[in-house]
Design a protein around this ligand. Structure first.
Ligand SMILES: Nc1ncnc2c1ncn2[C@@H]1O[C@H](COP(=O)(O)OP(=O)(O)O)[C@@H](O)[C@H]1O
Ligand SMILES: [Mg+2]
Length: 156
């Protein structure tokens, strides 16, 4: 049987469509249920979003807004994780990072020394010309650990 101490579960909060991040979340939950495996849910606040509305603000205000953004993302991520975990017995923690999604996913995987990354084929942009989204493709190419690319989740 496959076992992992820690699984990284990155999510952009995409839930629509069978190939969105929800599938990889459900797959990770199904692996971790009733085991000692810890799930680390990660959301990356991307630079494009973090920078856009800030050009006219002073540094203090920007720092304050970024802090709010991190806190909001943290509670949204906790809610998201709990929604799918439901009543199952799962050890989990949530993390929020800022930057380029694939970079931060790879950094978190190294820093937390995870055994596996569970990532969906597609996310929010869902450009169907490609087999995988660009975040997933880069994570697969560069990760030092195993990567489970989840196309769809059919289990319970
Ligand atoms: N900002 C993000 N934070 C955490 N995980 C992300 C982020 N963006 C993408 N991912 C992960 O990568 C998966 C695929 O997304 P991506 O490659 O960006 O595809 P798309 O082009 O469809 O958005 C998502 O389902 C999610 O698991
Ligand atoms: Mg994306």
């Amino acid at each position: 049987m496959f076992r992992a101490d820690k699984i990284l579960v990155p999510t952009d909060f995409s839930e629509e469509g069978i190939e969105s991040s929800k599938a990889a979340v459900m797959q990770a939950i199904s692996i971790a249920e009733d085991t000692d495996t810890e799930l680390i849910f990660l959301h990356v606040i991307t630079d494009d979003i973090a920078k856009k509305p800030l050009f006219f603000l002073d540094d203090d205000k920007i720092a304050e807004l970024k802090k709010d953004m991190r806190e909001n993302a943290r509670s949204e991520l906790t809610e998201f994780a709990q929604k799918y975990i439901g009543r199952r017995k799962i050890n989990f923690q949530v993390k929020v990072r800022e930057g380029v999604a694939y970079n931060e996913i790879l950094k978190e995987a190294n820093e937390s020394a995870v055994d596996l990354i569970s990532i969906a084929t597609r996310g929010l942009s869902a450009l169907h010309d490609f087999f995988y989204g660009s975040t997933t493709e880069k994570v697969v190419r560069r990760a030092a650990c195993n990567v489970l690319v989840v196309r769809r989740f059919n289990g319970k």
